[in-house]
Design a protein around this ligand. Structure first.
Ligand SMILES: Cc1cc2nc3c(=O)[nH]c(=O)nc-3n(C[C@H](O)[C@H](O)[C@H](O)COP(=O)(O)O)c2cc1C
Length: 208
């Protein structure tokens, strides 16, 4: 096998992270800018960590050339809240466009033509084109440094969930009714249209 140390170029580490940890879920994070406009950006270093309290987390990394903070992090440090929205096959092209690095304060909603609606509990808004919304209050902000490629782990408590009725059946979100997409290496994305089911052995089945 090839082996390497991780104390050299951050971009090599980054390539190995995104080539190994995949398919990755994508959080489409909506935050409020200081001027009252709304920021939207996708983050695939994302997952859920606790059911009660309901905790999710994602990680913006420092900009590769300058080490500057991304707008999402700047906004969450100030506002202490955000909304997580989700990628579908339908909205994916516009979400990808929302990843364009606009000057701070310029809204990706306006830039992409995506739409927002007010949240119920927080000032950050929800993406109309997403069938699921998590309204979140900041829980933890853990910085791993301020050099290019350094991440900040942001976790939030989901205080309100919204789910479109058409993707919800018998108390569950049905995957193939909302066609989520995931992220791969480089510019690769994944569709989720070839689902297989695997059942697990129960305790009763292994008892002799
Ligand atoms: C699907 C997708 C996933 C991404 N995931 C991340 C990520 O996990 N961390 C990160 O720092 N940037 C990620 N990016 C890049 C950011 O979306 C991009 O830098 C964006 O402009 C940041 O916006 P902001 O400055 O408004 O926060 C991703 C881009 C795409 C298209």
């Amino acid at each position: 096998m090839l082996s390497f140390n991780t104390d050299e170029d951050f971009s090599q580490n980054y390539k190995f992270l995104i080539g190994s940890i995949l398919p990755r879920p994508i959080a489409v994070v909506s935050t409020r800018n200081e001027n009252g406009t709304h920021n939207l950006a996708p983050f695939s270093f994302f997952n859920g960590f606790s059911a009660k309290p309901m905790i999710v987390g994602f990680a913006p990394i420092r900009r590769p050339n300058t080490g500057e903070k991304k707008d999402t992090l700047i906004n969450i440090e100030r506002e202490k809240e955000f909304v997580i929205n989700f990628v579908t096959e339908k909205n994916a092209d516009l979400i990808n466009l929302a990843a364009t690095e606009l000057p701070y304060g310029e809204s990706e909603y306006q830039f992409t033509g995506l739409n927002f609606l007010e949240s119920e509990k927080i000032k950050a808004v929800r993406l109309v084109e997403s069938p699921i919304h998590f309204e979140c209050k900041l829980r933890d902000l853990i910085s791993y440094g301020d050099t290019p490629g350094a991440g900040t782990l942001i976790t939030g408590e989901v205080i309100k969930v919204h789910v479109a009725e058409e993707v919800f059946e018998e108390g569950r979100i049905i995957t193939n009714k909302w066609n989520p997409m995931g992220r791969g290496a480089g510019n690769d994305w994944f569709k989720t249209d070839s689902i297989i089911e695997k059942t697990r052995l129960t305790k009763a089945q292994i008892q002799k």
